[in-house]
Design a protein around this ligand. Sequence first.
Ligand code: C2E
Ligand code: MG
Ligand code: MG
Length: 614
Amino acid sequence: MGPDFTPDDRLGALLELVNDYYEQVERDRVLIENALAVNSEELESLYEKLRERTDAERAVLRSLTTSVPDLLFVKSVDGVYRTCNHAFERMLGLREDQVLGRTVHDVLPGEMADEVTRIEQEVLSSRAPDLREQWIELSNGERRCLEMLRAPYFASDGTTLGLVGIGRDVTQKKQADDLIWKQANFDTLTGLPNRRMLRERLEHEIRQADRARCSVGVLLIDLDHSKEINDTLGHKVGDDLLVEAARRISACTRESDTVARLGGDEFIVVLTRLNDARHAENVASKIIARLAEPFQLQDTVGYVSASVGITTYPQDAQDVEDLLKSADQAMYVAKRQGRNRFSYFTQSLQTAAYERQRLVNDLREAIAQGAFHLHFQPIVDVATGHIHMAEALVRWDHAVRGAIQPEEFIPMAEETGLIVQLGDWVFHEAARWAERWAALIPGFQVSVNVSPVQFRAEAARSRASWIARARDSLMPPHSLVIEITEGLILHTDVDVMSVLASLRAAGIEVAIDDFGTGYSSLAYLHRFDVDLLKIDQAFVASLDKDGGETALCEAIIVMAHKLGVKVVAEGVETQRQADLLAGAGCDSMQGYLCSRPIPPEQLEAILRHGAHGR
Ligand code: C2E
Ligand code: MG
Ligand code: MG
């Protein structure tokens, strides 16, 4: 690259040089005219002098321009090259004598020469310089990018004499800029536009759609189970999967559509000029079908599926941000409905999402203000008919909506992580009652529901406080039971076994809640080292129906007992269910037949008056 001065500096210097040159020629013309009026001898010596000087000047000009690494040339108004430098000759692969006296049509291919002629005529007629980047193709087929400055030069009376050109080879810088642009706008793994580029394209499509009065479809595609592939087969294989998925998705779209990678295993398809909403659905179905086909991954075969959310502009959302949000909401519906399907965004989804956000905010506040209380549901010992346990169930008193069911806010508290704080309160509140009731009825136990989220690493402090509480000398060991679900081992980042072991060492018992709904493997009982198993109410409900699952229930109870685990049946509503369970050897029962969840004061009254039988 040349010395570091701007094209304007370079042009100024060159113009000065050229002007000097022409002024000199003008002065020489006057000298010649004067000499002509005198005599031939003087004329001859003058001629000699002038020729020497002209040669010297030309040599100076040539050596000056030659030392400059930029391309330089001077043309007369008729487009004929008058001067060029070495850099110019080198780049075009021509010698000076192949350039001087000729036009651009002799040195560049036709189309490019036409373009150059057009620009130069514009410069000459406007009498103003022109700076631009220009790609030229060399005779060896190589393409170079030149930053070209062209400027007219004038005689002292203002007539345009020609133009000066300075060109700098900026190919390398251009390629580096392109690379940076590519990295900023495209996903390096799949080569697809990234989130940034997607935004830009989507904005563009929205403007186009406004003009053409048509719609834009947006599909958000989330691969199901790709995390499992990553976890089990490694990231390299996971990457291969994403590349292949990107290829399959692209193959389902038109040239004018945009396929982008949002990051992770999420892709977006933008369908332009959507006139019929069914087209979006067709593309979604095609993509789902293509992604469900097996993936050949190195030496194994992988399977994924896709959940797709469909949203359209301007029907569902009016800007890029909202379009992506609504596609996301629709995609989550598809996931919740069982994956491997698509779902449309609807207005009710939006309302629900809005409501949910409000409820999350309310929940945050409620936790800060302690707007919760506990109900306890008695659990009856089948052998004695006495209440010997109670399950703590949290209740939220919403200022406007009244009581909100845990089914509605627990999942929300889990997603937001607020469950850690809430669960902590539940535990300590339940422990307070457990302590009172254990003093009243020896061996009495209170069970507390614990979410998998409370087993994550970040909740370690909270768990430490439970252990400290359980070790509290005022509370006999085994007064507290925590209820966990089978899903626990799948959703935590800590060693669940060792956490459970430390809780049990502190005298806290462990129960498996909702047994029979999840993975339902008796192997878990063995692995988890649990004290209690709670048969899910759905299971119990099917007991007194025809072809009920009594045999299975019996088998579970027998197996549990063999492992030293006691069994509680949940959701016992009818006497017949109770009888069947008792006959099957079930240890305890919980359900509306005995009692609904009740306030602790009420339970305490029952316990105190000894009326804790059935
Ligand atoms: P769960 O732990 O399985 O609790 C039993 C649920 O079944 C309770 O609903 C209870 O009221 C209900 N139930 C009891 N007997 C019967 C019956 O005979 N028939 C019927 N149909 N239902 C019965 P609830 O209180 O609405 O709690 C729902 C779920 O919310 C609980 O299921 C538990 O998973 C969760 N939950 C409640 N409190 C907490 C808590 O403090 N922390 C956490 N993490 N989860 C909680
Ligand atoms: Mg429970
Ligand atoms: Mg349960």
